[in-house]
Write a protein of this length. Sequence first.
Length: 505
Amino acid sequence: MCKYLIAHDLGTSGDKATLFCEDGMLIHSVTKAYPIYYGEKGAVEQNPEEWWQVVCETTQELLTKVDPHSVAAVSFSGQMMGCTCMDREGRLLRNSIIWADTRSVAQEKIIEERYGREKFFHTTGFRLNPSYSITKLMWVKEHEPEIYRNTYKTLCCKDYIVYRLTGVFVTDHTDASLTLAYDINKRGWAYDVMEAAGVDPEKFPAIEKSTAVVGEVTREASAQCGLPMGTPVVLGSGDGGAGRVGAGVVKPGRSYSSLGTSAWVSVCTEQPVFDAKERVVSVVNADPEYVTVSGTMQACGASINWMRENLCQEEIAMARETGISKYEYINANAAKSPVGANGLLFLPYLYGERAPHWNAHARGCFIGLTMKHTANDMKRAVMEGVALNMGLIFQAIRESDIAIAGTPKVIGGCIKSPIVKQALADIYNIDLALTNLPDEATSMGAAILAGCGVGLYPHQDMCERFSKVVEVVHPIPENVKKYREMLPVFQEAYEALCGVFEKLA
């Protein structure tokens, strides 16, 4: 009888729960949404109880497809960089401050003054930024001191679900490294950074490997989610780490791009790489023996979703009438605009930006609008703006003299757009490989970690066995030339508006 693995990919907008057979076959997948709560001054939060309710609902649906007792393990990938404050009894003290929250700019400056920006970069592998967990915990300490005092542990998204299943407070190296309270050289908590930040080291959980079986489903959790009591719970990793496993980026030189709500370019290396301009960063892999040099943009799919909701009412209406995907209509209309969108640029900085600019005050904008431009030009400009920013990140990695082996893979929902995937190949000016599971790579990575944890798999390099390349996108020479001209203008447009962004903020 086949053994099954359940993977929960806890994203920004919802949980994608996936059921795999041990041979890698995708059995069933279900996605359920949970809300995001936006506030003033860059506040972005979610209620972890709503994460848990959705995990229970999706798990119950998956278990209708198989005998629940045939599930060998459950594991996770999850949105990273959060701050979920819990007391000693495991009670939530407030909503989770998620990765997109940028209100802790003042706390970032405190660490810079006390610790030093360059020293921080060489300790953590990251540059200072208010998107990460440590400045969020500092913000809680300053603005909500009673909650800070009562916080026993602060967890990331997947770690909260692991706690609900097992009662264990724990995190893995991938999520720990993106708290920015982690020493990438020593592969452990950076206590001197915590001291500079003025936060209590005891409020951070123990770190285990992503493949660790950290506990079993408790009686209480079983009653709520449907998994049999005693089912092994494998810790899993942050979504970036799981995506790398699912894309096969587990050995030096392998590379991929992931285009979801946020997006990143990553190349696996043996040691951290410290970019002189601090545009790209180093993060620990699910196998902590390796690290990945990476650059993440904040609003990839988020920009396209904004465009869909605000510029595409016609396409949405047609989709309702015909039953055809709204994205087919959106892509078809955007394709009516030529490469370069008739000279229209879109800066996709709707959440501020991480790589390559690291500017929480950056804002999204159209540049170059004239009376000749149409809504279709604007749609294409949004798609190209996302690809152009990814191009700046890829360029920064290339300038770090990191060897890239083979054909890089591309995963994530945005890659289904013909315009986005072709623009990315043209801007990178390399072949890009698409797999048969573009939406499931992160889930597959979490499932592989689960299988490794319970001994079904010998190593993390299993994706070559479980997925296959179904398309290679080749750069088009005339497009390469056009985008090569556009990319420095795109960069210059951002630089010219930095003072304006600061004043608007």
